[in-house]
Design a protein around this ligand. Structure first.
Ligand code: ANZ
Ligand code: ZN
Length: 817
């Protein structure tokens, strides 16, 4: 037998064995408890990076551990295969996106296999396959019929030089990435999914996701941004219609000194037609990007429309401004401005000389200095007539009721969440299954005509999408009237494909429906592992899709992912490893030089999974040395010949001690891997045990038997992390069975018991001594031993004994007078 550790040879041999025997094939079995472990699928960029290696190792360790717990484990893998990089590569290397993508998949699949990741490859899917996206198209047409998708015009980035729509990533400092021409906004019809219909459920169900990091739940809550407020109608002087505003602070109503509308608001547009300077201001606003995040910091600008609004309580006339910090897409696109209590209104009022009227005073000692800033906290009402003295909370209700009674207001909930625009004017994506007919308008592609296949054999030059120039693709007949019609040439946002792949793995080979009863068995995913960068969009969309699929009867679960682990970044010299920084380490080289087990061990040992991991050559060396040491230890032990049966009654103290450490280690590693997910401390505990084993030179029959038990435990405990070397060592330890079929080792409680224990002895509550007593000592024995101790006697001699208190296993307190 080979006594030298040759990872390359061992690993490829074992991987072939796994492959051939399909050991990771998952089969539904209602008799067994299932465990679905999923790692976020990669974009097939060409090669794995360290972030992948970390992500997939974590998922694999959890899967293998759960398998050893007797669970029926599903761990699938696939490819998030549509998207912009394929188009960029196509332009750069003059290769069709489809070909480039599929070649990358083939290369990366081998890399994953070389890492020894236990996937059920029979369920592999690639989102660019028509067999996959046809179901997404199918669901979309379903949702269209249910009224959950709709078309409306929305702005895109447009390069007037290349005559092409640009993705946000292709706009660099407002310029086109290819030709450097100034990018414009252009309004075009696009498809939207009504995620806002699910806003409440998406928000409320976050409370039930106890297996998710609080941070991610908070990010989703903020993204959905539910606000309870009041919609208030302001009459307009000399006009019939009202101006509606949305406010979350009706308690500040008496402090309104003007109202403001968005630049796209109908009243603004109307004023723009009358006054040139207003039109110019509206134009200026259209150019500047009002990302919501910048509303706080941007310079507040506005212009008076000349209109006057009537305050609903006082009847005062207040001016109506157009302001750049009011968004058309939120609430009513109009606000009642309360400069004393809203910082944006305050800055605006200060700039344009509008009155600042305090109506809220602090309840406690918060700072309130209206000469320098708005007072934005809640408090007590002042200068508010009949509402004076109320708290903000009371006033919210009172003023809402007051307005409601007069037909001037209504409580209302708004959301920050917008409907999801899913149209992309790109080529490399799933075609949107809609046909536009001059007579019938938009018509969903009938089920029997799906999929709408994306032509893959195309010339790709990057100026517009090839299918927009391809009559053979877009010319078609209307399914409704049979007349000439054109296909939609936009494709789906690639977030569509990644929103339901987790479910499709359950029914990956079904060619007659999107999901089937196997999804009921496997869903929800028990453990999802991936990067924190997906905390909002991907996870929210996947949750949304799960609910959509549930509501068309495809799945029964409310949520897709029961537990979520967001792994930390892989850093080098303190910075994120990334191509643009040029500080990457290619996993391929690492695997070739050291083997997959070393790569996996390093990844799991260097940091707990949720924290960032600092790349370290020394750390890799250390991991490699540790495996060599384990290898040697087992081989030397095995060379000693046959192993006697363990006879627990015959063990001496040193043997018992090693046995105790073995079982303590099993207990700790079980907790670290199974519950805490601190794989690094689990590995550290095994390392300590190995140190003890290396020092244990007892070659007696029972000594070797104890060592055998311990080495078997080490191999089992490490097997989820370093599955190849342990597979080999398991056999070398004389086992005929397959390591993969072994259950997780159990703690022998009797081994944990110590022969003796240490007891603290106090005299009148002060620590005076520590004594060793037998583990089986009775209360009386302990009392006696404590009183007989020399250190204790010095404090008790000549005194009168009052009582002795014994706290089992811990301490004795002797009270004397
Ligand atoms: C008066 C007021 C007084 C407000 C006050 C705040 C503080 P959230 O919590 O994010 O929902 N608002 C309403 N519609 C807006 C729009 N289309 N564009 C920009 N701002 C808008 O924010 C709700 C608050 O944001 C509303 O409450 C409104 O200002 C403003 F002391 O109304 B408030
Ligand atoms: Zn038609």
């Amino acid at each position: 037998m080979d006594t030298e550790y040759k990872p390359e040879e061992i690993e490829t041999r074992i991987q072939q064995f796994w492959d051939k025997n399909k050991v990771f094939k998952a089969v539904e079995d209602t008799e067994r408890e299932k465990y679905y472990c999923l790692s976020m699928f990669p974009y097939p960029s060409g090669r794995l990076h360290m972030g992948h290696v970390r992500n997939y190792t974590i998922g694999d360790v959890i899967s293998r551990y759960q398998r050893m717990q007797g669970k029926n484990v599903l761990q699938p893998m696939g490819w998030d295969a549509f998207g912009l990089p394929a188009e960029n590569a196509a332009i750069k290397n003059n290769v069709a996106p489809a070909k480039w993508t599929r070649e990358n998949i083939d290369y990366m699949r081998n890399q994953l296999k070389r890492l020894g990741l236990g996937y059920d490859w029979e369920r592999e899917l690639a989102t660019c396959d028509p067999d996959y996206y046809r179901w997404e198209q199918w669901l979309f047409t379903r949702l269209y019929k249910k009224g959950l998708v709709y078309k409306k015009t929305a702005a895109v980035n447009w390069c007037p030089n290349d005559l092409t729509v640009l993705a946000n990533e292709q706009v660099i400092d407002g310029k086109c990435w290819r030709c450097d021409h100034e990018v414009e906004k252009k309004d075009i019809p696009q498809w939207f999914m009504k995620i806002t219909d699910y806003a409440d459920e998406l928000l409320d169900d976050l409370d039930r996701l106890e297996g998710w990091p609080e941070q991610v739940r908070t990010m989703q809550r903020n993204w959905i941004g539910r606000s309870e407020g009041v919609e208030i109608s302001f009459a307009l002087e000399g006009r019939d219609e009202n101006l509606k505003v949305f406010t979350t602070r009706p308690d500040t109503l008496m402090g309104v000194t003007y109202v403001a509308v968005a630049a796209e608001h109908p009243l603004a547009l109307e004023a723009g037609e009358k006054y040139d300077n207003v039109a110019a201001f509206i134009n200026e606003c259209a150019k500047t990007d009002t990302a919501e995040a910048s509303l706080e910091t941007m310079e507040k600008k506005g212009i008076d429309t000349g209109l006057k609004a009537i305050h609903p309580v006082t009847g005062d006339r207040v001016p109506v401004f157009i302001a750049n910090f009011v968004l058309m897409g939120y609430g009513e696109g109009a606000v009642m401005a309360v400069p004393a209590h809203d910082q944006r209104d305050y800055e605006f009022a200060s700039k344009y000389g509008l009155p600042i009227r305090q109506v809220i005073e602090p309840l406690g000692n918060e700072e309130c200095d209206l000469n320098s800033a708005a007072f934005t906290a809640r408090g007590r009402l002042v200068h508010s007539g009949e509402f004076d003295g109320l708290s903000s909370e009371q006033a919210f209700e009172k003023i809402a009721a007051w307005l409601e009674a007069r037909g001037q207001g209504k409580k209302r909930t708004t959301y920050r969440l917008r409907d999801w625009g899913v149209s992309r004017q790109r080529y490399w994506g799933a075609p949107i299954p809609i046909i536009n007919c001059n007579k019938c308008g938009e018509v969903a592609v009938p089920e029997e005509d799906l999929p709408v296949v994306l032509p893959e054999d195309v010339e790709f030059d990057g100026v517009g999408s090839p299918i927009k120039k391809m009559p053979s693709f877009y010319e078609t007949t209307c399914p409704s009237c049979g007349g000439k019609a054109e296909r939609e040439t936009d494709t789906f946002d690639t977030f569509m494909e990644s929103s339901w792949y987790y479910a499709r793995y359950a029914s990956a080979d079904n060619d007659s429906s999107m999901l089937d009863e196997r999804a009921d068995y496997w869903l929800p995913v028990d453990q999802y592992v991936g990067g924190i960068e997906h905390a909002i969009l991907h996870l929210l969309y996947a949750r949304f899709f799960n609910k959509l699929m549930r509501d068309v009867g495809l799945t029964k679960t409310d949520e897709p992912f029961k537990n979520l682990l967001t792994q930390g970044m892989v850093l080098k010299d303190g910075a994120k490893m990334s191509k643009s920084k040029g500080n990457t380490v290619d996993p391929q080289g690492l695997i070739e030089e050291y083997g997959a087990d070393t790569a996996r061990l390093f990844m799991m040992f260097a940091a707990p999974p949720e924290q960032s991991l600092e790349w370290s050559d020394a750390g890799v060396e250390g991991a490699s040395r540790f495996l060599k040491r384990l290898w040697r230890l087992v081989n030397e032990h095995v060379a000693g010949g046959a192993i006697a049966k363990l006879d627990l009654k015959a063990l001496n103290d040193a043997q018992k001690k090693l046995r105790r450490q073995t079982h303590e280690t099993i207990a700790k590693v079980s907790d670290d891997i199974g519950r805490r997910y601190t794989f690094n401390t689990a590995i550290a505990a095994v390392m300590e045990l190995i140190n003890a084993l290396a020092k244990f030179s007892d070659s007696s029959a029972q000594g070797r038997a104890v060592k055998q038990e311990s080495l078997q435990a080490v191999v089992l405990l490490l097997s989820p992390i370093v599955p190849h070397i342990t597979h080999e060592l398991w056999q070398r330890l004389g086992n005929d069975s397959l390591l993969l079929q072994q259950p997780w080792p159990e703690v022998d409680e009797s081994a944990l018991q110590k022969d003796s224990m240490q007891i603290i002895v106090q005299v009148n509550g002060k620590l005076r001594s520590r004594i060793e007593v037998s583990a089986s000592a009775s209360k009386d024995d302990i009392e006696q031993a404590a009183q007989a101790d020399e250190n204790v006697k010095r404090f008790t001699d000549g005194k009168q004994l009052v009582k002795v208190i014994v706290v089992p296993n811990k301490l004795v307190n002797i009270v004397v007078r």
